[in-house]
Design a protein around this ligand. Structure first.
Ligand code: NAP
Length: 253
């Protein structure tokens, strides 16, 4: 174990969707704990690069559309070529489509399942193959949701994908724990990001959500920092297949 059990000094973290929202908060928390960051995604993560660099850590952009798993191997190759190693994968990129189940389209289904579940799995596979081939372990954290536990409304493919993330996290933990690969998930509650803009601008939904959160406020990306650093650190070496809700108490209600 490192001299400080939560230290990530000398480590490299791949974070998908790190240009904004939760991914940016996760990347900054990992950088504060000492990790260099490969920000993987389709939009330039300029603000993230600036903030990580200001913390004295390296941050590169690996440009990749994550609609399909096609770029998974090249993401691993580029991270290794530019940063020399991979210790952590944060599967954060995700999308959502809202419509009544009666009107839900195949495109709304495929798009969300592609990014949130299929690419998440094959990126985990590509990173784990690299670790396995080099006889070493690492940490994978998948970003789940309250809809990994609950049904939700008007978000059929999102609920299916995030429920799938919970199952896959457990399956991968079972298969890879013996290889020293820790696969866990964080289930954020309701956070103020682009993903939830439609909910927050609907006054009724906004109030109904706030009324149910014991902490009485929307989460901010920084609120996930402690959870992700813990799960990526040596302090969590014996934690496998866990899903850690960071939800202001939502699930306890
Ligand atoms: P966000 O601000 O909309 O960020 C989503 C991220 O995913 C962005 O970086 C986005 O890139 C990226 N992304 C989406 N589709 C992509 C694609 N096809 N290819 C490459 N990148 C893609 O939302 P967020 O709230 O931070 O969401 C981050 C994760 O947390 C998601 O998995 C979401 O489901 C999950 N989550 C969020 C909440 C919440 O309350 N906000 C709660 C539970 C779980 P672009 O900027 O290029 O679109």
């Amino acid at each position: 174990m490192a001299s400080h059990p939560f230290s990530l000094h000398g480590q490299v973290a791949l974070v998908t969707g790190a240009n904004t929202g939760l991914g940016q908060g996760l990347a900054l928390a990992l950088a504060r704990a000492g990790a260099d960051i490969a920000a993987v995604g389709r939009s330039a993560p300029d603000a993230t690069i600036e903030a990580v660099t200001a913390l004295g850590r390296r941050c590169i952009w690996i440009e990749a559309a994550l609609d399909t798993p096609a770029p998974a191997q090249s993401i691993v190759d580029r991270a290794l070529a530019q940063l020399g190693r991979i210790d952590i994968l944060i599967n954060n990129a995700g999308t959502i489509r809202r419509n009544d189940a009666l009107d839900f389209t195949e495109d709304d289904w495929d798009q969300v399942m592609g990014v949130n579940l299929k690419t998440l799995f094959f990126l985990a596979q590509a990173v784990a193959r690299h670790w396995s081939a080099n006889a070493r372990g690492g940490k994978i954290v998948n970003i789940a949701s309250m809809l990994s536990f609950q049904g939700g409304v008007r978000v059929a493919s999102y609920t299916a994908s995030k429920s799938g993330v919970l199952g896959l996290t457990r399956l991968l933990a079972n298969e890879w724990a013996g290889k020293g690969i820790n696969v866990n998930a964080i289930a954020p509650g309701y956070f103020a990001t682009n993903n939830t803009e439609a909910l927050r601008t609907d006054e009724k939904r906004n109030q109904a959500i706030l009324d149910r959160i014991p902490a009485g406020r929307w989460g901010q990306p920084d609120d996930l920092g402690g959870a992700v650093v813990f799960l990526c650190s040596a302090a969590a070496d014996y934690v496998h297949g866990a899903v850690l809700p960071v939800d202001g108490g939502w699930l306890a209600r």
